[in-house]
Ligand binder design. Structure first.
Ligand code: ATP
Ligand code: MG
Length: 382
């Protein structure tokens, strides 16, 4: 029988909570494959997916490699443990012109041949049955795995496929991601979702200064992130009035600092409304004027819940590489304006002093602006 074997990683470490992590992972797998029929079974330390339509196998693999909590998978042939059966399956593999190694694992010592001995024996079978093959223990093109289990079955597979790793989505509570249209914030969301945090997103716009296309871009980003995150709720909030008021009343060099403080306050309010215990941003130290230590501090102090900044120590290059891997890069580089670039000062402060920030902010009616902004909230589920 053809099956897909899923191995999980860190869940192993979870003592008493292990069942919760496993149940969540099972639920996430079922949700991801909800359009297909299959059977999923837990076998010691892994899952086995069977009775699926082989025509859809590539779709299964594509989806499963994106589920957090799975370390690797392989397509395997499952047979009743028997020496001759194993040899027949090995003969059916495609190993011509390949370097290979055989790795036997014998969880069941009922099987009489020692692993090392069996590796050599199967190696011989391969060398005599396929042309131009060679053993390579260190960097083989194909690793033939023979996994002899306690339950009377043996799984034979070649080359594991690495998966997303991390912890199952939804096992670490919820976070609110500040999602701009840029390259960084989707990557930040990806990293924390990978630690099990369920993600809702908030996006700020300055319509009509920013275009309808900018909004569409953010929705496309959220949809793409859905490959890993499933359904995402996005809160869309206007900061137009806030930017206009800052522009009118305050020193424009403080525009970004003041705006970001308002964004943080709004985000915290919405986070508390939806039961999110943390904010997430794509900030990276020193990347732009608003991400110096002083700037980060000036925005950090207005909220009480933790702000997670998983990219704080990343170089732009590294972030771009991950953005490409998760498929958000090509959407992020579309040209539409983010609200921060509207009313952009010529010389944004890079080291805002808190007293000066507070002095500029005192020229605004913060509470009214906050409430007006919150009143524009729109919620979209993608
Ligand atoms: P990104 O590539 O994520 O846009 P950036 O390098 O452009 O980041 P900033 O514009 O300084 O950096 O934004 C820093 C962080 O603030 C972003 O990563 C994001 O989390 C948040 N942010 C910025 N603009 C918005 C917005 N319009 N809506 C929601 N969050 C935003
Ligand atoms: Mg940005």
């Amino acid at each position: 029988m053809r099956v897909i074997l899923l191995r999980y990683g860190e869940i192993f470490l979870k003592g008493n909570n292990r069942k919760f992590f496993e149940d969540t992972l099972t639920k996430n797998i079922k949700n991801s494959l909800t359009d297909y029929t299959f059977v999923i079974k837990k076998i010691s330390g892994r899952y086995e997916i069977s009775e699926y339509d082989v025509d859809y196998e590539n779709i299964f693999i594509d989806k499963l490699t994106k589920i957090f909590g799975i370390h690797s998978l392989s397509v395997a042939t499952k047979i009743e443990t028997d020496e001759q059966n194993i040899i027949e399956v090995v003969k059916s593999l495609d190993l011509t012109n390949k370097t290979f190694r055989v790795t036997t694992k014998r969880a069941s010592k009922i099987f009489p041949i020692h692993s090392m001995e069996f590796n050599a024996q199967i190696g011989e079978v391969i060398l005599t049955n396929f042309e131009n093959t060679k053993v390579d223990l260190h960097t083989p093109q194909v690793e033939v795995k023979i996994d002899i289990r306690e339950n009377g079955y043996t799984y034979i597979s070649t080359n594991d496929i690495p998966c997303a790793n991390g912890m199952p989505l939804g096992t670490a509570g919820k976070g609110l991601l500040l999602l701009s249209g840029g390259i960084d914030s989707p990557v930040a969301g990806y990293y924390l979702a990978r630690r099990g945090l369920e993600i809702e997103a908030i996006h700020f716009h300055s319509y009509p200064y920013t275009s309808e296309l900018a909004r569409q871009k953010v929705l496309s980003l959220a949809e793409k992130m859905g490959d890993y995150l499933g359904k995402i709720k996005i809160h869309i909030v206007s900061v137009t009035k806030i930017q206009e008021e800052i522009n009118k009343n305050c020193d424009r060099d403080y525009m970004i600092t003041l705006l970001r403080r308002m964004m943080m306050r709004i985000s915290q309010k919405i986070a508390l409304n939806v039961g999110a215990g943390a904010l997430i941003t794509g900030e990276s130290l020193g990347q732009v004027a608003s991400q110096t230590l002083q700037s980060i501090n000036a925005t950090n102090v207005v909220v009480d819940i933790p702000i997670f900044r998983p990219l704080i120590g990343f170089d732009k290059e590294d972030i771009m590489q991950v953005a490409r891997k998760i498929g958000t890069y090509n959407i992020s580089i579309l040209p539409y304006e983010d609200c921060c670039t509207v009313f952009l000062p010529k010389n944004p402060v890079t080291k805002p002093k808190l007293e000066r920030v507070l002095r500029e902010e005192s020229k605004l009616d913060v509470d009214t602006l906050l409430n007006e902004s919150l009143a524009t909230e729109e919620i979209i589920e993608i």
